[in-house]
Structures are given as C-alpha cells and as structure tokens.
Design a protein around this ligand. Structure first.
Ligand SMILES: NC(=O)c1ccc[n+]([C@@H]2O[C@H](COP(=O)([O-])OP(=O)(O)OC[C@H]3O[C@@H](n4cnc5c(N)ncnc54)[C@H](O)[C@@H]3O)[C@@H](O)[C@H]2O)c1
Length: 349
C-alpha cells in the first residue's frame, strides 16, 4: 500500500496542537507519507506571512506560540494545493468556515480519501439539525470520523496526559485515525457512536458559557456543578431528540462527554469570555475581538444554532439552560437570570 498523504485543513490553536502530534506520528509509521501538508488561512504578522513564519521558524506564532511544530509539517496558503494528493484529511477550522472550504476543495480530492472532523459546532439543515461531519460527507462524499474530548489545545501541546474519543462509522478508518493521532499522553478510545460523540463536542460549549456566567457572579463550585449536571441532562435529551434510538448512553461517559464538559466549564475560552461578559457588560462580539487574538468563540454561536433548531421543533421550553444562554448572549436577557433558570430547571428530564 502506498503511504497515505495527510493534510490538516486548519491551523488555529487546536489545528496547530494536533499538527505537532501528527507530524511526529507520521514519521513513526509507514502507513503515512512523512511530509504533512497544513492549510493555513494566510495572514500577515508584523509584515511577514504566517505560512512563511511557520515554514522557517516552525512555530505558529499567532495561534500556538512557544511550541515548535515538527519540520515535516509544511504550511500551505492555497487550499487546493494543500489537499492535492492527500488521502487523509483532518478538518480543524471554526465551524462557520467549513461549508465554504468544502466547496473550494470539492473537485480536487482523489478516490478513497477519508476524513476526520475535530470541529465543534452544529449547523441547520432543511430537516432541522445538521452535523458538521454531515456537511463534509455531503459536499465531499467521504467517510468522515470525528475526534472530540477533554482536549484544551495548549495542554495537549504541552504533552500533559489526556484522553480523547474517536467516533467512527467505519471501524477500520477509526483505527487508521487512532494510529495517526494517539500518543502515550493523548490516549484515544474509538467508539461507533459517531453522531453522539460529535453532538457532545458541540453542545458542551453552550454549557461552558453558562458556567462562565456563574463564575462571573462569583457563585462558586456547587453552583457550577449544578450547571454541569443540568447542562449534561440537556445534552443527553437533545441527542435523544435528534439522533433517536442510535444514542448510546455509555458515550456520555467517554472523554467526549463528561470529561470534555468538565474541562470546558473550568478552563477554555467560552467560559472565560462569558465570565467577562457578566463582569464588563461588553457584547460577546467585542469580548471575542478583545480577548481572543483571532481565535473564535464557539459557545454563543452554537447556542444560536441550537436555538433555531429547537424553535423549528417548538421545543425551546424543554431546554431552558440552552435557551437562556442564547437569550442572554443575543437577546438582551439579563445574565443574572441564569440563576432563576437553574432554580426553575426540571430536576430530571
Ligand atoms: N482550541 C482548543 O482547545 C480546541 C480543542 C478541541 C477542539 N477545538 C475545535 O477546533 C476547531 C478549530 O479551533 P481552533 O482552536 O484550531 O481555531 P482558533 O479559534 O484558534 O483559530 C481561528 C482559526 O480560523 C482561521 N480563520 C480566520 N478567518 C478565516 C476564514 N475566513 N476562513 C477560514 N479560516 C479562517 C484562523 O486563521 C485560525 O486558524 C473549533 O471547532 C474548536 O471548537 C478547539
């Protein structure tokens, strides 16, 4: 079998951390081509192109500073050039960009290409919910796995131990991605409940915003634990509503479920910006621009996507925490109403 060429589509904070792992792993395996392409959304940093900086200094100085990328990871600004000849695609861009990028690469992929999405978010389709992996499947006609987990990028880049979950539809492809991505400090479990894995990754960002509101009011750890528990109940109920019988309860106990929810409600940018939202009264958009240096927030946008999907099903009232996050972020509902939302939340769903 010829060695498979890998292309990483995206190079933000998580894209760069995962490039570090992939660059090392392809060298240790004869399944993969030893040179990895990384598509980089070009931008100028102090008068120099980001791709040029990455290819000479082997560091993504904007999105993952102070970490060297392996020299066999090559930054490429043109998407079509980056995916040329690739048989393995790793999608890791903020979810709002994925559809357009798929359209650009559509006619440039070879037979037998497979993909994995590390993207956390959802979209809307004519029948309601649409997963990001579904957008990729439909536009590019690939088998797509997903990887989600308690994986704050900077900690992964520092090689601190964590776990992650691959959700696969094709088990053999799930194992190929495990070989590409696993390290002793990045331990991966492959499960066949791909859609639930992906939904967990998207929905936990909404709960993290609620946790940030709670922190903004100085409510303490017990309150945050309540946010986490009630948020998890809404995640499970949402998954059951949209994925039906296929949802496997054990998936919520994988890293993509409870572990990612906990880490995002304590660390992570969604929690941090939501805390500042309460403390400063600035808008989410202002805080994103001020606090994140080009990184994108996922939680508020996902709350809006989820709210739209729920409205179409006339189910907004069944998800009071998700709805409150959206209404506080975008509709002027008072942030302190997160407390009444918790007080009145059904104990069980
Ligand atoms: N950062 C984490 O800790 C982490 C962990 C797990 C999963 N994720 C998920 O990974 C995905 C990617 O996040 P990230 O942290 O790598 O990105 P990021 O938020 O750090 O960076 C934003 C990226 O978007 C790019 N960009 C800006 N404008 C663009 C445009 N018009 N078109 C295309 N790209 C554009 C930027 O160049 C940059 O690479 C998200 O879905 C996120 O939820 C992130």
């Amino acid at each position: 079998m010829p060695a498979k060429k890998v292309c990483i589509v995206g190079s933000g904070n998580w894209g760069s951390a995962i490039a570090k792992i992939i660059g090392h792993n392809v060298r240790a395996s004869n399944r993969f081509d030893p040179v990895v392409n990384m598509w980089v959304y070009e931008e100028m940093i102090d008068g120099r192109k980001l791709t040029e900086i990455i290819n000479t200094e082997h560091e993504n100085v904007k999105y993952l500073p102070n970490h060297k990328l392996p020299a066999n990871v090559v930054a490429i600004p043109e998407l079509v050039d980056a995916v040329k000849g690739a048989k393995v695609l790793v999608f890791v861009v903020p979810h709002q960009f994925i559809a357009k990028l798929c359209d650009q690469m559509k006619n440039h992929l070879g037979e037998g290409t497979i993909g994995i999405s590390l993207i956390k978010g959802i979209s809307e389709g004519p029948d309601g919910l649409k997963l990001v992996s579904d957008i990729i499947r439909e536009k590019l006609e690939l088998d797509v796995s997903v990887l989600m987990g308690a994986n704050i990028a900077n900690e992964v880049a520092e090689e601190k131990f964590c776990e992650s979950t691959i959700g696969a539809r094709n088990e053999a492809n799930g194992q190929i991605f495990k070989e590409l991505l696993q390290t002793p400090n990045f331990r991966i479990t492959v499960v066949m409940d791909s859609d639930t894995v992906e939904l967990c990754g998207a929905l936990k960002n909404i709960v993290a915003v609620a946790a940030g509101f709670s922190d903004g009011f100085g409510l303490g750890d017990n309150t945050k634990a309540a946010v986490i528990r009630l948020g998890m109940m809404e995640m499970v109920a949402f998954a059951r509503l949209f994925l039906g019988e296929s949802v496997c309860s054990e998936t919520f106990l994988e890293s993509c479920g409870v572990a990612d929810l906990i880490t995002t409600c304590y660390g992570g940018r969604n929690r941090r910006v939501a805390e500042a939202f309460v403390k400063t009264s600035k808008s989410i958009t202002e805080l994103e621009a001020e606090m994140l240096n080009g990184q994108k927030l996922q939680g508020p946008q996902t709350s809006a996507d989820v709210y739209n999907v729920l409205q179409k099903k006339d189910m907004v009232n069944k998800f009071p925490l998700f709805a409150a996050v959206y209404q506080i972020c975008f509709e002027g509902r008072l942030a302190k109403e997160i407390i009444t939302c918790l007080q009145n939340h059904p104990e069980h769903m």
